[in-house]
Design a protein around this ligand. Structure first.
Ligand SMILES: [Fe+2]
Ligand SMILES: [Fe+2]
Length: 402
């Protein structure tokens, strides 16, 4: 392992904003109540989000297609301490082609939504589809992706994962230069070959100066670790996706959805085996650039531009293993969909209201993007049917604190 990891600058000593002020601790006390579903419209109305034609609140969930949904649910429950209050399916019929852009004859065996901590949920899919890809993307592939969880004490969280025998990449690794200085990360590989990350930035990052509106963090929902087995795990911090053209992808989020891009960093490469050790990619893979985007109050989207000798430059469909989408909560689905369609023009069939079963109450619409990851708009203004039975509800992005 060499020392030649390239950073990108000399701004590590920029003054850092006192990121965790007493405000965040106050929020922690307020955030305890929603754990049992005691939410109020009045509390939500205080939040300065969801205004404008799009009505964006923030990321609701990341959807991921897995080989064996029961294996994935059990792993998330056992290792991360997830709860799984909402499962539905099977679903089949020609309508799936138009709603999800999947091949004719596709069947969804099951959809299960997981909550971990107090941030966006993870929506697992098990699909059966003609021509379904049965390999998983590497982080450097165009469909590479990871889900990153914020942890308050990364050493303790990593020690826990080690004690559970989880496959861990090199780390914890701290960035000490450039605008992302202050963050420490560690990647893990799940038994079915997808990736999660732990990230911590207890004192914020170097880019956080008073003139910059920072990324959202699950720390803003309090520093208690709820609904998890991992010490100090607060919830999803960001979802990382590798894209063909990072400027096009960032522009799509910015123009169509009003995302902001307060943090850009990289490149990272190494002449030894460090890239393989750190993120399980080809040793000559290069992270050309990383852009962290914020949309509303919710986890960010981390865009990667990778080059790699073994890079797979095909997209995946939602029905392929490793297929994934990012779902954003909007206040009014009809208005939000109409707005995004006016801007992006890539709507799939919908809006589709779910009117029966445990997911009844949600309405969704997927959009295609130029970077291969569908973006879904979702709304459930009156909640969902499962909530009457669940001891712990899914996380509701309307409960995020700015
Ligand atoms: Fe979804
Ligand atoms: Fe990440």
């Amino acid at each position: 392992m060499s020392d030649h990891l390239r950073g990108d600058g000399d701004v590590a000593r920029m003054p850092r904003r006192a990121f965790l002020s007493r405000g965040a601790l106050t929020v922690g006390a307020l955030a305890a109540a929603p754990l049992v579903g005691a939410r109020t419209a009045a509390a939500r109305a205080l939040h300065d989000v969801g205004r404008g034609e799009l009505g964006l609140v923030g990321m609701d969930h990341v959807g991921i297609t897995v080989p064996d949904i029961n294996q994935a649910i059990e792993w998330y429950e056992d290792i991360l301490g997830a709860v799984a209050p909402l499962s539905f399916g099977p679903l089949e019929g020609a309508f799936l082609q138009g709603v999800l852009d999947v091949p004719a004859g596709t069947k969804i065996d099951q959809i299960t939504s997981l909550r971990i901590g107090h941030s966006a949920n993870i929506e697992l899919f098990q699909y059966e589809a003609p021509g379904q890809r049965h390999d998983m993307p590497r982080n450097s592939d165009w469909t590479g992706h990871h889900v990153a969880f914020y942890v308050t004490d990364i050493d303790a969280a990593v020690a826990y994962m080690d004690s559970r025998g989880v496959t861990r990449m090199f780390g914890p690794f701290s960035l000490t230069a450039g605008p992302a200085a202050g963050q420490t990360i560690n990647y893990f590989r799940t038994p079915w070959g997808s990736y999660i990350e732990f990230i911590s930035y207890p004192n914020g990052m170097a880019y956080q100066v008073p003139s910059v509106k920072p990324l959202w963090s699950p720390k803003q929902n309090g520093l208690e670790a709820p609904v998890t087995n991992v010490p100090g795990l607060l919830g999803v911090d960001h979802v990382g996706i590798t894209v063909p053209d990072i400027a096009v992808a960032a522009g799509w989020f910015e123009r169509n959805l009003g995302f902001i891009n307060p943090l850009t960093f990289g490149p990272f490469s190494d002449t030894g085996d460090f890239m393989t050790a750190l993120v399980d990619v080809h040793p000559r893979a290069v992270v050309e650039e990383i852009r962290m985007l914020r949309g509303g109050n919710g986890p960010g989207v981390e865009l990667f531009k990778y080059t790699s000798p073994d890079q797979d430059t095909r997209f995946r469909r939602n029905s392929d293993w490793g297929g994934h989408h990012i779902a954003l909560y909007v206040r009014h689905i009809e208005k939000g969909v109409e707005y995004l369609q006016t801007k992006a023009g890539t709507k799939l069939d919908g809006p589709l209201p779910v009117t029966a079963g445990p997911a009844a109450g949600q309405t969704i619409n997927y959009f295609e993007t130029p970077f291969g990851t569908n973006v879904e708009l979702i709304s459930y203004p009156h909640g969902m049917a499962y909530e009457t039975q669940a001891p712990i509800d899914l996380w509701d992005p309307r409960d995020n604190h700015p």
